[in-house]
Unconditional design. Structure first.
Length: 94
């Protein structure tokens, strides 16, 4: 019997956005404002046309993908990001 490949335990931001139906800009804003916390952050040097730049990359686990989807659904339902942030902070304290 062939072994199945182990599914990834962490997903890059592009996958998280695609799965949850949000834009990378939305996810970046939610991470910057503390609504969503990435599972892992690492920096890499980016060498494009300009000189080398430091760039942060975020990885998200499955539980965080679920949180992202919940935040998106609440936003779609008209709940303000301020209320969502308050609810998340309250749940984190418990």
């Amino acid at each position: 019997m062939a072994k199945r490949a182990k599914p990834p335990s962490q997903f890059p931001a592009t996958v998280a956005c695609g799965v949850c139906g949000i834009t990378p800009r939305m996810l970046d804003y939610w991470v910057t404002t503390g609504v969503i916390e990435p599972t892992k952050v690492f920096e890499s040097e980016y060498e494009g046309r300009a000189p080398k730049k430091r760039r942060a990359y975020h990885l998200f686990d499955f539980d965080t993908l679920v949180k992202i989807k919940i935040v998106k659904d609440l936003r779609d339902a008209g709940v303000s990001l301020q209320r969502i942030r308050y609810a998340i902070e309250t749940l984190r304290k418990k």
